[in-house]
Design a protein around this ligand. Structure first.
Ligand code: C2E
Ligand code: MG
Ligand code: MG
Ligand code: MG
Length: 291
């Protein structure tokens, strides 16, 4: 971060540490303590069945409430955590909060599945599968109630493809989802080669659907392709009724977006669920009222 320039045998240092890099550097050093201090929390965004509007799952999204900078978006620190090798710790922290939430629902006889974002960088961590298994055991949550969404470009490199990590994760009973599909380097061949259960159409396409035929065509193509491969499809970024109706007509399986709900902190999700379903104690697997 400091550029050294040799001039006439004398090294002079030009500080190129701009405000942004300085802040990033600082955030990196603060991340660990921030988790310990409870500054890193999660919010949950409901995902509904596109045909019935039943709530089927919630996606866990990380949040950092920084004492000086205020709210820091995941896009501003997930990449940083990957770079400094701390993404595993963040993942464990988020998984812990998600499964604890899931456990509390189970204690109320509500079997609601949770999705957690998993940076593909984590797939090369040798103890990943063991950590996920232990987290499930610690919270006594069956693997069937967990979905891991592969994020960060969704590019799964050869070493991962040749390893058994995805199959081993599958072996825990959980579902694997390819996040942000259609962007970055995620490819069709990956869908065929990897043990993926679901794709999430990237919100950049979904957001444009109500105004652009091109975006709608892409969404329709992804849905058809995924269904032909036996995969389920989630659309994220659903903001309006028109888009919701288009996606439902196209046979998209699940919907997520501000139209349904913004990501909510734990207590507000609880009241959202109550208001939508009208049930506090439901039979297992049964938050099945129309939203
Ligand atoms: P993502 O996994 O694709 O999550 C969806 C993002 O879209 C979330 O942004 C969510 O708030 C936003 N969103 C949902 N519905 C709508 C909508 O209708 N309109 C618009 N405009 N946006 C919508 P968020 O929470 O800022 O997260 C951004 C990204 O950061 C996530 O994208 C994910 O890639 C990453 N991320 C978040 N939490 C974690 C985490 O715990 N671990 C890892 N590795 N990555 C995470
Ligand atoms: Mg996601
Ligand atoms: Mg996504
Ligand atoms: Mg995204």
């Amino acid at each position: 971060l400091l550029a050294a320039a040799e001039s006439g045998g004398v090294a002079s240092y030009h500080p190129v540490l701009d405000q942004q890099s300085l802040r990033r550097l600082q955030l990196g050093t603060e991340l660990e303590q921030a988790m310990a201090d409870g500054q890193i929390s999660v919010v949950f965004q409901p995902i509904i069945d596109a045909q019935t509007s039943d709530i089927v799952s919630v996606e866990t999204l990380v949040r950092w409430a920084h004492p000086r900078y205020g709210a820091i978006a995941p896009d501003d620190f997930i990449h940083l955590a990957e770079q400094i090798g701390r993404i595993g710790a963040v993942t464990d922290h988020v998984l812990d909060l998600a499964l604890a939430r899931c456990r509390r629902w189970l204690d109320q006889d509500i079997a609601l599945s949770v999705a957690v974002n998993l940076s593909v960088h984590c797939l090369t961590e040798p103890d990943l599968v063991a950590r996920v298994r232990r987290a499930l055991q610690r919270h006594r949550v069956p693997g069937e109630l967990l979905t891991l969404e592969l994020t960060e470009g969704s590019v799964v490199d050869d070493s991962v493809r040749d390893s058994t990590v995805l199959a081993d994760l599958h072996g825990l009973g959980l579902r694997l989802s390819m996040d942000d599909f259609g962007t970055g380097y995620s490819s069709l061949s990956q869908l065929r080669q990897l043990p993926i259960d679901e794709v999430k159409i990237d919100k950049s396409f979904v957001l444009g659907m109500s105004t652009s035929q091109g975006e709608s065509f892409i969404a329709r193509s992804i849905i058809e392709l995924a269904h032909n491969l036996g995969l389920r499809v989630v659309a994220e970024g659903v903001e309006d009724e028109l888009t919701r109706n288009l996606l439902a007509e196209m046979g998209c399986d699940k919907l997520q977006g501000f139209l349904v709900s913004r990501p909510l902190p734990d207590d507000r999700l609880e009241s959202w669920l109550l208001a939508r379903t009208g049930v506090r104690k439901a039979a297992p697997g049964a938050i099945h009222r129309r939203l």
